[in-house]
Design a protein around this ligand. Structure first.
Ligand code: S3P
Length: 190
């Protein structure tokens, strides 16, 4: 895990992780609780195409979706402290990772595979799970991505048995530990 060199409490926070990790719900909770601005790459892409994500995949294919995702990151401005919610595949491109690293503390929402899958398949809006065997597809994607998430994350939170509120609290607690405020300077003696 990377060590954060700037005070994370004043930086933007990016939520990464697999489908079903709770990035959107936790992001919305953090926004309400902390008053941060919020950016959601999936929402930006969907609004750019004027259609929901499954339709973008069906009509234009995954590569066009990924291009739009990267474009959304390139255009992102985070002058004020922002929660950035990303799609699960944001870690697939090196450029995305570089942009995120330069703008925010990276928080990985992880969890038990069965639980993530159960959550992710609750809504039928994940094009990558529209497979013959969605469970197997999920496992394959997760296996490939876990090392990528682990490699770029500053902080990991296991969300398996936590509510959104508990995840948010865990994030805030870990943020303050990643880079504690410097101690006050010791008085100099002459
Ligand atoms: C994707 C995850 C989705 C969305 C798209 C691709 C992925 O977002 O970006 O369907 O590659 O894992 P969520 O992680 O919010 O489901």
């Amino acid at each position: 895990m990377r060590y954060c060199i700037v005070n994370p409490q004043s930086r933007s926070i990016v939520l990464i992780g697999m489908m079903g990790a709770g990035k959107s719900s936790v992001g919305a909770y953090l926004r309400r609780r902390m008053g941060f601005a919020l950016l959601d790459t999936d929402a930006i892409v969907a609004s750019k195409f004027g259609m929901p994500i499954p339709e973008i995949f069906a009509r234009y294919g995954e590569t066009k979706f990924r291009d739009a995702e990267t474009e959304a990151l390139r255009r992102m401005r985070t002058e004020e402290q922002t929660i950035i919610i990303t799609g699960g595949g944001i870690v697939l491109r090196k450029e995305n990772i570089e942009i995120l690293r330069s703008q925010a503390v990276i928080v990985w929402l992880d969890g038990d595979e069965e639980i993530l899958f159960a959550r992710a398949s609750r809504k039928k809006n994940r094009p990558l799970l529209q497979a013959k065997n969605p469970r197997k597809a999920f496992s394959h994607i997760l296996g490939a991505r876990r090392p990528l998430y682990a490699n770029i994350a500053d902080i990991r939170v296991d969300t398996s048995v936590l509510t959104n509120e508990e995840v948010a609290i865990a994030i805030l607690a870990k943020l303050s530990r990643v880079n504690p405020k410097p101690e006050s300077p010791k008085p100099t003696t002459t």
